[in-house]
Design a protein around this ligand. Structure first.
Ligand SMILES: Nc1nc2c(ncn2[C@@H]2O[C@H](COP(=O)(O)OP(=O)(O)OP(=O)(O)O)[C@@H](O)[C@H]2O)c(=O)[nH]1
Ligand SMILES: [Mg+2]
Length: 305
């Protein structure tokens, strides 16, 4: 240790030891460099500290890159749905049972360290589910915020066999940030499950609440149906005159879409020349419908130009 270091130097050094983030460390080191006197005895130390700053900067850049990479998730399938919740509530277990993914599931908190993506088959469409690290104070940070903001639906997963109030508090926070939130009470099979589920429904009256057990399993069909219906999308099927519709290939549209919206989705040019459509559904048996006719999930359309 070079001689002649003023007492303030040791104050900054102490701050460095206590620093939590790389940025805090950099600040403390810069302070130390600023404080130390310039003479031959401090050259070596100054160089070492500069190397430390360079390393910390690199570390921060790498982290930033990784975050952007891992927390902006490309949508696949008809919608992106996030699994969120406090530690150990069963988010990963649900992902493993609803999708093709095999995330790590373990009986202790903070098992999931980065997002895991799975595709859930619902009838003839695929929905993307994203299992996320447990909600902590961290989740209000921007990178998580963007994901929450852009997702089509959030599933707030709650452990029904624990105190559910901290989760209910999170709901408020999520609701202002997200497009849509649905509450999933999990672990219905455990002793306090039914009692807490009843309490949860009463407390969140008017919200979409589903009770499930990922372990048993129970309630998962209802959950899938509710996920799909809350996405507010419709599937329509096209047919050519005199032929059968292709039910394997739905055209997926936002709820409330019209005949002309469907035509545009198929082909822009095609929409321009559209004259009318014929619709088959529960209500219609091939009747003519105008461009502004509102479509419903399951409608079959035949376009006429
Ligand atoms: N009895 C019962 N146990 C469950 C159920 N769902 C999950 N578990 C168990 O709860 C524990 C936590 O499950 P995870 O899926 O890892 O929980 P998580 O929410 O992903 O946890 P983190 O990633 O740590 O936030 C595991 O031991 C699961 O087997 C359920 O419905 N019933
Ligand atoms: Mg997990």
């Amino acid at each position: 240790m070079p001689a002649n270091l003023p007492p303030q130097y040791f104050g900054a050094e102490k701050r460095l030891r206590l620093a939590g983030t790389p940025q805090e460390k950099i600040n403390a080191i810069q302070e130390m460099i600023g404080i130390m006197p310039h003479h031959k005895g401090t050259d070596r130390l100054r160089a070492d500290l500069r190397t430390k700053i360079a390393r910390l900067n690199k570390e921060m850049q790498k982290k930033r890159g990784a975050r952007i990479y891992s927390y902006s998730i490309k949508k696949e399938g008809v919608a992106q749905v996030l699994l969120l919740g406090l530690p150990n509530v069963g988010k990963s277990k649900l992902l493993s049972i609803l999708t093709n993914a095999s995330p790590e599931v373990a009986p202790y908190p903070f098992t999931t360290g980065s997002p895991v993506i799975g595709m859930m088959q619902f009838e003839n469409v695929q929905i993307q589910l994203v299992d996320l690290p447990a909600l902590t104070h961290e989740f209000t940070k921007r990178w998580m915020g963007n994901l929450i903001y852009s997702a089509d639906l959030l599933l707030l997963v709650i452990d029904l066999n624990s105190d559910i109030n901290p989760s209910i508090e999170k709901l408020e926070e999520l609701r202002v940030r997200a497009r849509k939130v649905m509450v999933v009470g999990n672990k219905l099979d455990l002793p306090d499950g039914e009692k807490n589920f009843k309490y949860l429904k009463e407390k969140l009256e008017g919200n979409s609440v589903v009770g499930v057990s990922a372990e048993e399993p129970r309630g998962l069909e209802e959950l899938k149906n509710k996920i799909y219906s809350s996405l507010d999308i419709i599937r329509v099927y096209t047919k050519e005159p005199g032929k059968q519709p292709d039910f394997g290939e739905p055209v997926v549209l936002p709820g409330g879409s019209t005949v002309i919206n469907a035509a545009r989705e198929i082909h822009k040019d095609f929409a321009g020349g559209l004259n009318y459509a014929r619709i088959w559904s529960n209500k219609f048996k091939g009747q003519r419908a105008g461009k502004e006719h509102k479509l419903e999930d399951g409608d079959v359309i035949e376009f006429h130009i």
